[in-house]
Design a protein around this ligand. Structure first.
Ligand SMILES: [Zn+2]
Length: 108
């Protein structure tokens, strides 16, 4: 009697983990599909933080800038802003960056 119960329990466990694996594989396939579609369309994988629209990626002087057609937002990753600042030197972004870095080092 207990053998039949154990067998049934094992069967249910196997079925459960098989279903979980299938769900994980489907999620991964969906991510890969979205990534391939974004790459083909020249858009970023990220959505606009303001309006959730697709972002278009542009390369400007080796810096990748994401723009949103819907709200006009222009988005940079932190490393991209740093590269722009280094590229620009003592211009507006350079002064802005120095002010930001000075304030965050005083806060510590
Ligand atoms: Zn937007």
């Amino acid at each position: 009697m207990s053998d039949a119960f154990d067998e049934r329990r094992r069967g249910l466990e196997e079925e459960y983990f098989h279903r979980k694996n299938q769900e994980a594989i489907e999620k991964l396939r969906e991510k890969m599909k979205v990534s391939a579609e974004a790459k083909a369309a020249g858009t970023s994988l990220m959505k606009c933080p303001r309006c959730d629209n697709a972002l278009k990626e542009h390369k400007i002087d080796e810096v990748s800038v994401d723009t949103c057609k819907q709200c006009g937002g222009i988005w940079l990753d932190s490393s991209e802003l740093e590269r722009l600042v280094n590229h620009e030197g003592e211009g507006f972004f350079g002064r802005l960056w120095s002010a930001f870095v000075d304030k965050s080092s005083n806060a510590e």
